[in-house]
Design a protein around this ligand. Structure first.
Ligand code: KG4
Ligand code: ZN
Length: 344
């Protein structure tokens, strides 16, 4: 079908273990298709070689499904936005090579997207007939995922500055590694979130690692958690089983209050009216609730993404692409995937 529109962007995401494609027509999302990779569950974490192989299998069917759902053909596309990084190199290479080949064969512009900026751009995804408020620039965004934990000053769609970040593990890893210790599935974040609902979050105490003004450290917390479980299991071999809800609720609540403690300091030092959450861990119900409370107590407007746009998806990549297209920021075919890219 020929679509008479100005901007039809295909977004492609392949930075970790989700292969995703989305179509954005004049800034409105028409499709967002994601293939999750269940292969990693039995290993308790993402295995990079398996992720790369699964992306190679998934990319063509996922892109085809996204085009079909949006009712556009490949020749209707006006540009292609893809995740250049940060992420797993073998995974990024699949999306990058696919996007470059398609851009070359269709002779349309290529847009390279920063994955962490795209998580923040998820707030601006507009669905058909939707008119929801979006954060006003500048704003502060706490971006929390499986690979990153950052407090970001968002000056405008393309200009962002990291105010604070983790000095070691990401908070998503702190959830996933605790889940592994508890024998839960992968990714453990959503499972801990669910189990916590029936738990007492004040039952067990943990301490706050120090990492500098607005920074975080989660690797010490993981060890603290492992020692806590080991010590209690030595006294009572049924400790974990009998206390699973309280353990999850207490640990989750500790991670959330640690995240918000530094965020509160950052907000007080960097005044802005709006504050936001982004990234996979922003799907966490306790974090969302406590974040709203924090915003209220500080008199700020709070923005949380729709649950489906928290974890990795291509709609946010296409949205980043739209912001960059508007500013005429395009890549050339010499671009390549990169596991680490600075925010600016
Ligand atoms: O943003 P994302 O999909 O991928 C990365 O860019 O890393 O985030 C994945 C992370 C995983 O660590 C997963 O356990 C965590 O987000 N996560 C959650 C929840 N949903 C996903 N953590 C806590 N509560 C949740 N509901
Ligand atoms: Zn992500």
């Amino acid at each position: 079908m020929n679509v008479d529109k100005d901007s039809i962007i295909l977004g492609i995401e392949s930075s970790c273990d989700d292969t995703s494609a989305a179509v954005l027509i004049n800034g409105v999302m028409y499709s967002n298709v994601t293939a999750n990779q269940s292969i990693h569950q039995k290993y308790g974490g993402v295995v990079p070689e398996l992720a790369s192989r699964a992306h190679q299998e998934n990319i063509v069917p996922v892109v085809s499904a996204a085009l079909k759902e949006a009712n556009v053909s490949v020749s209707d596309l006006t540009s292609i936005a893809f995740t250049r990084g940060p992420g797993l190199l073998g995974s990024l290479l699949v999306g990058t090579s696919f996007a470059k080949s398609l851009s070359l064969s269709l002779n349309i512009p290529l847009i390279e997207v920063h994955h962490m900026k795209a998580h923040i751009h998820a707030h601006f995804i507009k669905e058909k007939k939707e008119d929801k408020p979006t954060p006003k620039f500048p704003f502060i965004c706490l971006t929390v995922s499986g690979g990153h934990t950052q407090i970001v000053w968002v000056e405008n769609p393309l200009q962002m500055e990291i105010i604070g970040s983790t000095i070691d593990d990401a908070v998503g890893e702190a959830f996933d590694k605790a889940g592994k210790i508890l024998g839960l599935g992968y990714p453990a974040g959503p499972i801990i979130d669910q189990l916590s609902k029936k738990g007492n979050n004040k039952k067990f105490d943990f301490t706050y690692p120090k990492a500098g003004e607005f920074n975080y450290s989660f690797s010490g917390l993981k060890t603290q958690f492992l020692n806590f479980i080991r010590k209690n299991e030595q006294k009572d071999k049924n400790f974990t089983k009998d206390n699973i809800h309280d353990i999850c609720a207490s640990y989750q609540s500790h991670l959330v209050s640690y995240l918000l403690k530094n965020l509160e300091k950052a907000i007080k030092m960097h005044p802005c009216k709006d504050i936001a959450l982004a990234g996979g861990v922003s799907a966490n119900l306790h974090l969302r609730k406590e974040f709203e409370k924090l915003g209220k107590s500080l008199g700020r407007n709070t923005f949380v993404p729709k649950i489906s746009y928290c974890t990795d998806n291509a709609a946010m990549i296409a949205m980043s692409g739209k912001f960059m297209e508007e500013k005429g920021v395009f890549a050339d075919l010499s671009t390549s995937a990169s596991a680490r890219i600075p925010m600016n």
